[in-house]
Design a protein around this ligand. Structure first.
Ligand code: KIV
Ligand code: NA
Length: 265
């Protein structure tokens, strides 16, 4: 795919090609992620944790999400850019949801939005879709509801919550979402959902029976240290690499090793 679209993702699923997705919140990171051939870049509200140091995703604002998304958009040649609508910018009513989605599309140039939840936000999603804005769903562990859940443990282990999740996923497909993120649910349930839908299911902590995977880039690079869920595979230990580089820099500056003769004018 020369340029990934919401249609290409559905095609990938029907061709059995898995979808790769990672987060980015800034130009420099997005440029590297896009250049490496990652299909979808999520401007996640995890920026609230990763970029701003908040404990949850709740505090990040729509203006801040638009700032991150516009930085990412300027970097990319190929990936589809999905932007999270932050907490408090779509739950009140469908008009608010549409207004927020329109602001993201107009002011950042993003290609699609993501909202957390099932039937509770059905009308908001429909209204947004009716305006021609592609919507990605997000079910299972939905971090904007963390104070309702109380913990970040696996969701939908019990029959009743699993049934609701399946109903919600079917509903999201029926009203026209182009894909759904399933976060931290049993692999067996995730596989069942993926097999029963034609739109792609992108998993995070949802096993390998789904149609694609997403991780937070800073986590998979090993830049973050304290966050150690079972589903996280670290491809680098950048925390250590960067710490060593910074320490070396301090040593070199203190000892006047840096700059040397060839590093000055
Ligand atoms: O904000 C985020 O990074 C996300 C992914 C973890 C799916 O929503
Ligand atoms: Na998110």
């Amino acid at each position: 795919y020369k340029r990934v679209t919401v249609k290409s993702l559905v095609e990938m699923k029907s061709n059995g090609e898995k979808i790769s997705m990672l987060t980015a919140y800034d130009y420099t990171m997005a440029k590297i992620v896009d250049g490496a051939g990652v299909d979808v870049i999520l401007v996640g509200d995890s920026a609230s944790n990763v970029m701003a140091g908040h404990e949850t995703t709740l505090p990040i604002t729509l203006d801040q999400m638009i700032y991150h998304a516009s930085s990412v958009i300027r970097a990319i040649d190929r990936a589809l850019i999905v932007v999270d609508i932050p907490f408090g910018s779509y739950q009140s009513d469908p008009k608010e949801a549409l207004r927020s989605a329109i602001r993201i599309m107009k002011e950042s140039g993003g290609h699609a939005v993501k909202m957390e939840g099932g039937k509770e936000i059905k009308e908001s999603i429909k209204r947004t879709l009716n305006a021609g804005i592609p919507v990605m769903g997000h079910l299972g562990l939905t971090p904007q509801s963390i104070y309702k859940f109380g913990t970040y443990t696996v969701r939908a282990k019990e029959e009743e919550e699993a049934r609701k999740l399946k109903e919600d996923a079917l509903m999201l497909e029926k009203i026209g979402c182009f894909a759904i993120v399933l976060e931290k649910v049993p692999a067996k349930l995730a596989k069942e959902v993926a097999e029963s839908l034609t739109i792609p299911i992108i998993g995070i902590g949802a096993g390998n029976g789904v149609d694609g995977q997403v991780l937070v880039t800073h986590d998979m690079l090993g830049m973050t240290h304290e966050f150690n869920p079972r589903f996280l595979r670290r491809y680098l230990d950048l925390y250590t690499e960067m710490t060593n580089a910074f320490k070396q820099y301090v040593t070199d500056v203190k000892s006047v090793d840096f700059p040397n003769d060839s590093e000055q004018y």
